[in-house]
Design a protein around this ligand. Structure first.
Ligand code: SF4
Length: 635
C-alpha cells in the first residue's frame, strides 16, 4: 500500500489528545440485543469457519462461540443459497436458547445481502466488491465514469439500506485493503485515502436514506495500514460530526504467537488511542481461540485510569509512516538510527548461553550488569556491542529525577533515561553538551505510549535528532507480550523508536526474540518469513490450519520472504496484500499459486501444492536450504 500523505482536507486530528487518550465518542448502534459504540463496553466478535450450507455444523459452531464468550457471530453468505440457510441457522440458534446477535458477511452478491438481511441482526458489505469489481487488469475510468459509478452504488445499495432500516438491522461498511475496486484505485490509488473514500461513498447512500445504524471497518493484514486507515476515517467522520462506531481488526493475522502479536499491534494501538467499539481477532485457528485473545486486548488496553501526560505539539504525520530522522550512531558493531534497521536489546544474559551460530541475537549491555568491554566480543561475537553507561560510571539519581551515569570518563554514548516527562524541562543544560545521547523513558506509569510521544515531541522542539530507546517489560505471559506489542506497536507506527529494549522474566534470549517478533509484527523489521494467513470461513477450499503448518515447516528457515495462504480465490488474491508468493484455494481441493499479484499456476492438487510452492520459490531464486541440510563446502 502506498503511504501517500493525505491532502490537507484530512489534517483534522483523529483524537482529541494523544497524550491523554479517551474513548472516541460515537453513536450507539443496536445489534439485536446488544449495542456497539456509545458508552457500551467494547464488543468481542468472531466468525464461523463452517460451510454455511451445512446448517447443523454452523449452528454448533455458533453456539460454541457464544459459550466461549463471543458477543456477535458472523457467518459468511457467499451466495443467495447460503443466505437462505441463515433463516434455519438463526431459528436453530434461538431454539437452543442462545440470543447472540448474528451477522452475515457479504461479498459481490447484493442479492445474497437482500436475503440475509431478513434473518440476521447485522449485515456486512464490502464497498470494494458489493457493486464495483476488481479485475486482474484494472479497468481505466474517466471522471464521468467515476461519477456514474456512484449512481450504480446508490441503485444497488439503497434497497438494502431501506430494508435494514425497516427491520432494525445494523449495516457494517467494511472496507478491506486489497479489495479496493478498480474505480477507487483509478481515483485514489492503493492508499488509505482510497479505503476511506470507498467507505464514505456508501455512507452517503445511508444518509440519503436517513439511516444511521452503521458500523465502519478499515481492515488490512498490515497493522500499520490498519492503524493509519482507522485514524484517517476517524478524522474524516469526526470533522463532519458523524461519529459512527468502528469494528476494528487485522485481517489474515496468521496463527500462534505471531498472529497474536500482529493483532496486538494493530488492534491494541487503536484501542490505546480510544478507537474501536467492537473487535475481531482473526487467527488461523479454531474460532473459539480468538475470543480470549480479543477479551485480553480489550482488558489490557482499557483507558480507564490511564495516566495523563502533558501534551506537546507534535511534528508527526499520523496518517503515513515516516521514521524520525536520526543520524546513525555506532554502538560497537551495531549501527543505530539513520536508515539502519531498528535494533533490539535486552538486559544481562545471566547464565543463558546462545546456541552456536545464533544470528538473530544482538546484545546490548546495560548499566545494571555490563560485561567488561574486552569480554563482550568473545561472548557475543559477531553481534556484541557496548552501549550506554558501563558500570564504572555509577548510576546516580539527580535531583531532577533523571538517572545519569557519572559525568567523567564518558563512553561514546550515553543513555538518558527519563523517569517522568515533567523532569525534561528541568534537565541541566550541561547534559546537552554530552556526546552521543540516546533517550528513553524509565519503566513506570501506565501510559508509556504517551510518555514516549511526549519525549519525541520534546526532542523535536529542542532540535535534538537523538535516537530513542523504547524500553518495555514482559512478565513472560502471553498477555504480557501482547501488551508490550500494543505499546511498542503504537510508537513504531508513528516512527518513534530506533532501538527496542525488552526486559523481564522471559530470560534474555526470549526477550530478544520477542523484541524482533514485535518489530516484525509492526512491519518495521523482518527477521523471519512473514505469513499472511486467512482465518478461513465458509468459503475456504482446503484445511487452512494444517496447510499453514505444512508451509511453515518447509519455509520457516527462509529470510526476507512473505507468503500468503488464503482459503479462496474470491477474496484471497485481493487481500494477500503485497506478499511475495500466494497459495490460494482455486477450487475444492485445488490450489492456485501466485507470484506477487500474478497467478502463475492453477489447479494444483492440494496434496502436491506445498511442494509446488517450494519449487516456485526456488524458481524465483528466493530459496536456500535449511542450515542443517547444507552440504559443507569443505576447507
Ligand atoms: S480469503 Fe479466507 S477468510 Fe477470506 S473469504 Fe476467502 S476463505 Fe474466507
Amino acid at each position: 500500500m502506498a503511504t501517500s500523505t493525505p491532502d490537507s482536507a484530512f489534517r483534522f486530528p483523529y483524537m482529541a489528545d494523544r497524550f491523554a487518550p479517551a474513548r472516541r465518542k460515537t453513536l450507539k448502534v443496536r445489534v439485536g440485543n446488544r449495542y456497539i459504540g456509545g458508552d457500551t463496553p467494547i464488543l468481542v466478535q468472531s466468525m464461523t469457519t463452517t460451510n454455511t450450507k451445512d446448517v447443523d455444523a454452523t449452528v454448533f459452531q455458533t453456539l460454541e462461540l457464544a459459550k466461549a464468550g463471543c458477543e456477535l457471530v458472523r457467518i459468511t453468505a457467499p451466495t443467495q443459497k447460503d443466505a437462505e440457510c441463515l433463516k434455519e441457522i438463526a431459528a436453530k440458534v434461538r431454539a437452543a436458547g442462545c440470543d447472540v446477535p448474528l451477522s452475515a458477511d457479504i461479498h459481490f452478491q447484493p442479492r445474497a445481502a437482500m436475503e440475509a438481511v431478513k434473518w440476521v441482526e447485522k449485515v456486512r458489505v464490502n464497498p470494494g466488491n458489493f457493486v464495483d469489481s476488481k479485475s486482474p487488469t484494472p479497468r481505466e475510468y474517466d471522471e464521468a465514469g467515476f461519477i456514474s459509478g456512484q449512481q450504480k452504488v446508490y441503485d444497488a445499495f439503497a434497497p438494502l439500506v431501506r430494508i435494514a432500516k425497516d427491520r432494525g438491522v445494523c449495516l457494517r461498511i467494511g472496507t478491506n485493503h486489497g479489495s479496493l475496486s478498480d474505480r477507487m484505485m483509478w481515483k485514489y490509488g492503493d492508499t488509505i485515502e482510497g479505503m476511506v473514500e470507498s467507505a464514505l461513498e456508501y455512507l452517503r447512500v445511508c444518509e440519503a436514506e436517513n439511516f444511521d445504524q452503521i458500523v465502519f471497518s478499515m481492515k488490512s493484514s498490515n497493522p500499520r495500514v490498519v492503524v493509519q486507515a482507522y485514524r484517517l476515517l476517524a478524522a474524516r467522520l469526526d470533522k463532519e460530526h458523524k461519529p459512527y462506531p468502528f469494528h476494528v481488526g487485522v485481517t489474515e493475522a496468521g496463527d500462534g504467537e505471531d498472529g497474536r502479536l500482529k493483532s496486538s499491534v494493530g488492534i491494541g494501538a487503536l484501542l490505546l488511542d480510544g478507537i474501536g467499539d467492537t473487535i475481531r481477532v482473526s487467527l488461523t485457528e479454531d474460532p473459539e481461540h480468538e475470543i480470549p485473545v480479543a477479551k485480553a486486548l480489550v482488558r489490557l488496553c482499557d483507558l480507564r485510569g490511564m495516566e495523563r501526560v502533558p501534551a506537546l505539539p507534535e511534528a508527526l504525520d499520523h496518517y503515513a509512516f515516516h521514521r524520525r530522522e536520526v543520524p546513525v550512531a555506532h554502538l560497537g558493531a551495531l549501527a543505530v538510527g539513520g536508515r539502519e534497521k531498528i535494533a533490539v536489546g535486552t538486559a544481562d544474559p545471566g547464565s543463558e548461553t546462545l546456541p552456536k551460530g545464533e544470528r538473530r541475537i544482538e546484545w546490548i549491555g546495560t548499566r545494571e550488569n555490563h560485561p567488561p568491554r574486552e569480554q563482550v566480543p568473545t561472548m557475543w561475537e559477531p553481534h556484541a556491542v557496548e552501549f550506554a553507561i558501563p558500570p564504572r560510571h555509577p548510576v546516580t539519581a539527580l535531583p531532577s529525577g533523571l538517572l545519569l551515569g557519572g559525568l567523567s570518563d564518558l563512553p561514546a554514548h550515553l543513555e538518558v533515561m527519563v523517569e517522568d516527562p515533567a523532569h525534561l524541562d528541568r534537565l541541566p543544560a550541561d547534559v546537552f553538551k554530552l556526546p552521543g545521547l540516546f533517550w528513553s523513558m524509565a519503566p513506570g506509569g501506565n501510559n508509556p505510549v504517551a510518555r514516549y510521544r511526549h519525549l519525541a515531541a520534546w526532542l523535536a522542539a529542542k532540535g535534538r535528532p537523538d535516537p530513542i530507546v523504547l524500553r518495555g517489560q514482559s512478565d513472560g505471559s502471553a498477555e504480557g507480550n501482547m501488551l508490550l506489542a500494543a505499546r511498542f506497536g503504537s510508537l513504531l507506527v508513528d516512527g518513534i523508536g530506533d532501538l527496542v529494549r525488552v526486559d523481564g522474566a522471559l530470560g534474555p534470549r526470549a526477550c530478544m526474540h520477542l523484541g524482533y517478533d514485535i518489530l516484525q509484527a509492526a512491519g518495521v523489521r523482518r527477521t523471519k518469513p512473514e505469513y499472511v494467513a486467512c482465518p478461513s470461513c465458509g468459503r475456504t477450499l482446503f484445511d487452512l490450519q494444517t496447510t499453514t503448518q505444512k508451509i511453515r515447516a518447509r519455509t520457516a528457515h527462509l529470510k526476507n520472504i512473505s507468503i500468503a495462504i488464503m482459503g479462496c480465490i474470491v477474496n484471497g488474491p485481493g487481500e494477500m496484500a503485497d506478499a511475495d508468493f500466494g497459495y490460494v484455494g482455486g477450487a475444492p481441493s485445488k490450489v492456485n499459486l501466485y507470484v506477487g499479484r500474478d497467478c502463475v499456476k492453477k489447479n494444483i492438487p492440494e496434496e502436491e501444492a506445498p511442494e509446488a510452492l517450494v519449487a516456485l520459490i526456488k524458481e524465483h531464486g528466493r530459496w536456500n536450504e535449511p542450515a542443517d541440510t547444507q552440504v559443507s563446502s569443505g576447507a
